[in-house]
Unconditional design. Structure first.
Length: 628
């Protein structure tokens, strides 16, 4: 349904990517990942027809219905939320729009007139789907004017518009930004169950793992395809990088020998050894290219922040409301050394308000906040700072200081210049003299992170730190925060990030009530699921007679596997080891370097099929064993 051939894109002398070739078939759910600045959003814009490539071609299947959600959508400032969500070119959407307007105005005559058309077009299902999608994304007022939408609301409205049309191919750039955790999990489930094909850019690793069956890794030199989910991709990428490093090591050894031969070679014999000379120059070019694309990692330091006093931060009976809405009610908390706390709750619950109260940007209605004398704040806001777009990257850091005291990853204390600090945050010398206005969204957030951390804070407050950062930077940030010996307070919708970093949660329970939960996000989610089950069981545990309940329990206890189910379980237990052995054999062959490109593609495709089949068999095995 989509074929991309030899795409290349550059800006001036800077190559974003080149030789990008891949295809998407029906049923493919593809995750696109890459370091910041390589051009993920640019590639998505090219596929959507918003930008043009320098070279290459994009071909779509004829009559293919496709929809695109950009990273920062721009909505019309005229009209309502309903106008933006529903396409004027879709006859079903048009009739549903008329119905919704008549319903909102309580125009019964118009509703009665529209009812036959709604029936004829089977628009009731469309309307139900519309309301479900908007409701799940926290959009309930269909008459709200689009000129009053916040950036987060605009992103959710645009997402709803792409989903409602049910395209054949859906292209999403960072769809989970500005969604709360329940909306992210709903979207994850919706896309997993849906038959539409998907091309997705996201930093949410749980989302990639649970939704995608193919991963594309975009690098400046081209694109790498992995048939499988994100977890499988990590394994295969590590093996690929090991193989590339081994190849580079062999090339370096050969280069040293050939370089010595070149130095010794008599000029009179140069003509006789021209082939060897040409091979030497070709080897030199390959080494330079390999070094150019050598993987680099950001260096955030050791996480050692020095002394922090016994009294850090305390809140006493903190209260805040806006009109009739209670946001924070009698909040008491005493922060301890090395506290790593996550803040979770639905959009609008008051998470950012709590952060602003703590940072002194808002005043509480009542209650008190006490901050220890040794606390040095590091505040990373959800909104990017208003850097002057005409300033150069290095000027932003130099405006803070010319020299910085920095604890390296080996624990030694260093004094680094602004340029050296930026280099550790993966801003090359050329990039340091780039104007701010030319940075990608991810590079801008990385620069912002740099300006927060170079001040050597011992109390980090991070409001949505994962938005627009690439996965490589997120992994390094997670490791840094795990070793950070100060305090950390995080608001984030990235479940993977929260699971790795936080040790307990502040949970917004509604009406301003904030509770302390001892554990990470996954543990909290499991706890909530058990609590709901118990509540539902309590609500339905009112039988008319105890006799019926006892009979049901006895029947459930006496339930045994049928002969057919026993045979099915036995077959599953035999089949799973066979599939594992086949997968191992295929992976060994793929790593041998003896397969052709077609054989590699076929082996990768088969491994993906094996993984999906084993997932199904394991689920069925668990189901049968539970029955038994």
């Amino acid at each position: 349904m989509l074929q991309v051939e030899s795409l290349s894109k550059r800006f001036g002398e800077r190559i974003l990517f080149q030789n990008v070739t891949f295809g998407i078939e029906r049923g493919d759910k593809v995750g696109l990942i890459a370091p910041n600045g390589v051009g993920k959003s640019t590639l998505m814009n090219i596929l959507a027809g918003i930008e043009s490539p320098d070279e290459g071609r994009v071909t779509f299947e004829r009559d293919l219905r496709r929809a695109y959600l950009p990273q920062s959508p721009r909505l019309s400032t005229t009209g309502t939320l309903l106008d933006v969500c529903l396409s004027p070119y879709d006859p079903v959407a048009a009739i549903v729009k008329q119905w919704e307007r008549a319903s909102a105005a309580e125009d019964h005559a118009a509703m009665e007139k529209l009812m036959p058309e709604m029936e004829a077009l089977n628009a009731w299902d469309y309307e139900q789907k519309l309301r479900e999608i908007l409701g799940r994304l926290g959009l309930t007022d269909l008459t709200k004017s689009t000129d009053k939408l916040s950036g987060g609301e605009a992103k959710r409205v645009a997402l709803a518009g792409t989903l409602i049309g049910h395209p054949d191919l859906l292209m999403l750039d960072e769809p989970t930004n500005h969604l709360d955790l329940s909306a992210i999990e709903w979207l994850e489930d919706y896309l997993s169950r849906n038959t539409m094909s998907l091309l997705l850019v996201t930093h949410d690793r749980y989302f990639l793992d649970r939704v995608c069956n193919t991963i594309l890794e975009l690098q400046p030199e081209g694109i790498y395809r992995y048939k499988g989910n994100y977890d499988y991709y990590l394994t295969q990428r590590a093996e690929r990088e090991e193989a590339q490093e081994a190849l580079q090591a062999r090339r370096r050894n050969l280069f040293r020998r050939e370089q010595e031969w070149m130095r010794r070679q008599p000029q009179a014999r140069a003509g006789k050894a021209q082939a060897r000379i040409d091979a030497f120059h070709e080897l030199t070019a390959k080494l330079q290219k390999g070094n150019r694309y050598t993987h680099q990692e950001i260096n955030l330091g050791s996480g050692d922040v020095g002394h922090i006093g016994n009294k850090i931060f305390e809140t006493h009976e903190l209260n805040k409301r806006f009109g009739d809405k209670v946001v924070v009610h009698d909040f008491d908390y005493i922060f301890a050394r090395r506290d790593k706390i996550g803040v979770v709750g639905p959009n609008g619950a008051g998470k950012t308000t709590l952060i602003k109260l703590i940072m002194g940007e808002l005043k509480p209605d009542s209650g008190s906040i006490e901050v220890g004398e040794t606390v040095r704040w590091g505040y990373y806001r959800q909104e990017s700072p208003a850097f002057d777009p005409n300033k150069r990257v290095i000027d932003v850091v130099k405006d803070m200081a010319e020299l910085f005291a920095f604890t390296s990853s080996d624990g030694t204390r260093q004094t680094l210049s602004a340029s050296q600090i930026l280099t550790q945050f993966l801003f090359s010398p050329e990039k340091q003299y780039t104007h701010i206005g030319k940075l990608s969204g991810g590079e801008l957030r990385r620069l912002y992170l740099c300006t927060v951390l170079v001040t050597n804070p011992n109390f980090l407050v991070l409001d949505e730190p994962t938005n627009d950062l690439d996965i490589i930077t997120l992994n390094i940030l997670e490791e840094y925060l795990q070793d950070f010996n100060g305090c950390v307070l995080i608001v984030s919708h990235d479940r993977f990030f929260m699971d790795k970093v936080v040790e307990h949660l502040l949970t917004f329970e509604g009406n301003g009530v904030i509770k302390d939960f001892p554990g990470n996000y996954t543990q909290y989610r499991d706890y909530c699921a058990v609590a709901r089950e118990l509540a539902e069981a309590g609500a339905t545990a009112a039988p008319k007679t105890t006799e019926g309940v006892g009979k049901k329990v006895r029947e459930e206890r006496s339930r045994k596997l049928s002969y057919k189910e026993q045979q099915e379980l036995k077959a599953i237990l035999t089949q799973i080891p066979q599939l594992e052995a086949e997968q191992h054999e295929l992976e060994t062959r793929m790593n041998s370097g003896k397969l052709t490109n077609d054989e590699l593609l076929e082996a990768g495709k088969r491994i993906g099929e094996i993984i999906n089949l084993m997932d199904e068999l394991v689920l069925r095995q668990l189901e049968l064993e539970e029955l038994a």
